[in-house]
Design a protein around this ligand. Sequence first.
Ligand code: GTP
Ligand code: MG
Length: 601
Amino acid sequence: MRENALTFQLCASAVFFFLTMAVPGVGLLTRLNLCAQRRTRVQRPIVRLLSCPGTVAKDLRRDEQPSGSVETGFEDKIPKRRFSEMQNERREQAQRTVLIHCPEKISENKFLKYLSQFGPINNHFFYESLGLYAVVEFCQKESIGSLQNGTHTPRTAMEAAIPFRSRFFNLKLKNQTSERSRIRSSNQLPRSNKQLFELLCYTESIDDQLNTLLKEFQLTEENTKLRYLTCSLIEDIAAAYFPDCIIRPFGSSVNTFGKLGCDLDMFLDLDETRNLGAHKTSGNFLMEFQVKTVPSERIATQKILSVLGECLDHLGPGCVGVQKILNARCPLVRFSHQASGFQCDLTTNNRIALTSSELLYIYGALDSRVRALVFSIRCWARAHSLTSSIPGAWITNFSLTMMVIFFLQRRSPPILPTLDSLKTLADAEDKCIIEGNNCTFVRDLNRIKPSRNTETLELLLKEFFEYFGNFAFDKNSINIRQGSEQNKPDSSPLYIQNPFETSLNISKNVSQSQLQKFVDLARQSAWILQQEDRDRPSISSNRPWGLASLLLPSVNRKSFTKKKSNKFAIETVKNLLESLKGNGTENFTKTSGKRTISTQA
Ligand code: GTP
Ligand code: MG
């Protein structure tokens, strides 16, 4: 057949990415109908070739849901998966997956037909990030070997390629005149703030607004797959030194509180390397590896990360901007993975952070209101510059999440259980001590009783602001282990007890002025919601209301009368709508006096 004449050429991607040292990739935002209440969440691949029996249906079912669901009502009936099960399953999927940089316009059918000669494909998707990329999951790991065997290292006249057989490929068309159909790609970034405001203004209730925000911002199935794949690709590189290592994602990529565009925290787990063969010896002898020794665990961590940093910098396809931050409290290597667009932080010897991620995963799965509230509070904090991507005296997203969990533990009846009560539900298998810290808690979600609390998200949002607007931060600490206010052990302005290293404060960095800003904004937000209770605008008025008005900048809100405040809000949304017709840039700014207004959420 003529179609068979079309051949592709796969080149190891090393040279391509060493040559393109541009800024980390930014996915293209598809322009959408702004008035549409819902966007088509994920572009479905057109065809699935030679899908694996038994795995496709399972995968499709999961494809219908993002990495966390916002649906309510069914949570109690579906058995919930353990964090470790979810991690293992996704890791195994990622090991059967490849990343391919594709020509701008190719035929999806022909592309899949070409790839399926190496083995049956389970699923695939395309996305854009300074070019078109395909993520292709084979049914069997062995297919990757045969794809690699059919791939060559490119040669150029000007540059020398460092040969590296990875799972990251560059696809070229031999025949440039072949069919050029446009491929539909999945979004890897959330809607712009302007689009989000529109959506929120058209929503019918504050509960719907919070759920809408969650749906728009949460990691998609595709984005989650890409995160696991990126870890798996880095694991291949680290495996050159530590063949039994595992690179595990942690933090917001896996704890179900991640927003599209969040960083990718990775943990180099060397436990397998350390423990392998530990129980295999018999008889009177004990065999040990000859190893180098250093004075402390911290120095060992720094040495390992230093070597891996060099390796990523010199050999890692698509890894750019590698920084070794080895003197931090938790040493790390930071880099951009250009093809996925992720900012990556690689750490090791950081198992407690992985356990914190598991705990947050459990809290996020227990009640559908938890994630909706956390996402909205995180966005609210970002919109008012209470949080920042730059380290400093600000509150972090992790601290904010702890505050929401604590608040939900304080409701009557509680919406979330305390960490101590999760510990009492633990069985022998759950017992876990890390570096002398007791990290035991129940891992099986199905053993935790759902809450009888039926409060609405609207009420919880309002009460959250009231609760923390009036919290005695000068005297008390926040403590999710006991779920009760405790006397502060030191004079840090904000004291949030580390749930596992209980003598540490996770918000030690927060200054008095940042805390005061948080309190002032919480009070203002509670006040705005109270006012709206009395005078709720109609949907047709196009005025920002509810959550949307809380995400507006807080320019001199205190001195505003209600009338002035409404006038300001109307003007702001008018500007917003006008800017929509304008240049279509992602972030809008408007100068009001000397102050710059930004809706960056
Ligand atoms: P994003 O802002 O979306 O990246 O949230 P995140 O939860 O991923 O936060 P971050 O990337 O700053 O940190 C990653 C993980 O490290 C968190 O989820 C926690 O598990 C852990 N972590 C962060 N900060 C602290 C801290 O101050 N103390 C402790 N013990 N763990 C922390
Ligand atoms: Mg993170």
